[in-house]
Design a protein around this ligand. Structure first.
Ligand code: SF4
Ligand code: SF4
Ligand code: SF4
Length: 326
């Protein structure tokens, strides 16, 4: 059993390492290509979706995947949310459709947005407590070392699988809730909604969830990210002062170049205000998903800089005509 878990962890670490290394190589290779951040992000999100689909066909325990997602932010901050998460990609596609129809997005008031950001931690705590209570209600028959190892990844702790909700591809390599032509379709969290709904309300609950997240994401950019317990778990690591030194991927601001034009605040998909408000230095807020949209759109050269270790990978550029700057 232990050897099996070690082998699975190693396989997963190698896969995750290769994926992250690939993404970082592309970013470094494309360094200073700030004009192409949105385009590169879309390509990497799509490639990640394909890799995640493949990962789910692989005999790896889902909660080991979760462990990798939760360890990654120690080094890369919320890079997963900005560049990899499939649910993030679906919401970005809805944003693109809304833009195509030239419909304006809705802005959540800053105070409410910050409240929701902090409220996610309460949701996460509640959710983890429930998982713990369920594990106590259904205790294992013996508590030897092997059982504890198994408990970490299965048994009553299967409820933690909900944290993998945002990773669910639209076409799934398992028996999903909707079958068309031999293909199974799903949606983030939909199987959890079905699992935790009482029999009479399964369909209605699933439809309500789909409608709320679909319509919500259409009008409010990255709406689910304001509630997401997985996002909170990823961000929680970077909230601890003890880990502040660890991430190698940073967004920095050069205050002397900032004209307070406010563009960074307007283009941020999760309405981070710190880039606008902070007086230079590293932007450390756990709300930031490191998507670098603000760097792409900031119109003053070297005002916003993304560093990977000591290497600059993206930086803002002068894209306003000199007459407009003046
Ligand atoms: S906050 Fe949740 S849904 Fe949003 S990108 Fe992160 S993991 Fe995905
Ligand atoms: S977009 Fe750049 S110049 Fe404008 S407020 Fe933000 S950081 Fe400052
Ligand atoms: S502050 Fe910039 S990098 Fe962070 S989430 Fe907003 S747009 Fe993306």
């Amino acid at each position: 059993m232990i050897m099996e878990l070690v082998a699975e962890s190693l396989k997963l670490t190698v896969l995750a390492g290769l994926a992250i290394a690939g993404i970082l190589v592309i970013i470094i290779w494309k360094k200073n290509q700030t004009t192409k951040v949105t385009y590169m992000k879309a390509v990497i999100q799509a490639a990640s979706l394909a890799a995640i689909f493949y990962l789910f066909t692989y005999p790896v325990r889902p909660l080991l995947i979760l462990a990798v997602i939760l360890i990654m932010p120690i080094v890369l901050g919320r890079f997963f949310c900005g560049w990899i998460c499939p649910f993030g990609l679906y919401m970005d596609v809805l944003t693109l459709i809304r833009k195509t129809f030239q419909i304006r997005y809705r802005v959540i008031p800053d105070k409410l947005n910050k409240f929701l950001h902090n409220f996610r931690y309460a949701l996460l705590l509640l959710f983890l407590s429930l998982a713990l209570i369920l594990s106590l209600i259904e205790p294992p028959s013996t508590l030897n070392r092997l059982t504890i190892m198994a408990l970490l990844f299965a048994g009553p702790f299967e409820h933690l699988g909900l944290l993998l909700g945002p990773m669910v591809p639209l076409i799934v390599p398992w028996k999903g809730p909707l079958e068309i032509g031999g293909l199974y379709f799903s949606f983030p969290y939909i199987q959890d909604v079905i699992k935790y709904s009482s029999e009479n309300f399964v369909t209605i609950n699933a439809l309500i969830f789909l409608a709320l997240t679909g319509v919500g994401s259409f009008f409010v950019r990255r709406v689910w990210c304001r509630f997401c317990p997985t996002g909170a778990s990823i961000a929680v690591v970077n909230r601890f002062k003890g880990f502040k030194w660890a991430p190698v991927l940073h967004l920095n601001k050069n205050e002397t170049k900032c004209t307070k034009c406010g563009i960074c605040k307007r283009v941020c998909p999760v309405q981070v205000t710190e880039v606008y408000e902070q007086k230079g230095g590293k932007i450390m807020t756990s709300m930031c998903m490191l998507c670098f949209r603000c760097v792409e759109m900031c119109p003053y050269e070297d005002c916003l800089i993304v560093n990977l270790g000591r290497k600059t990978v993206f930086k803002s550029r002068n894209w306003l005509e000199p007459s407009e700057v003046d």
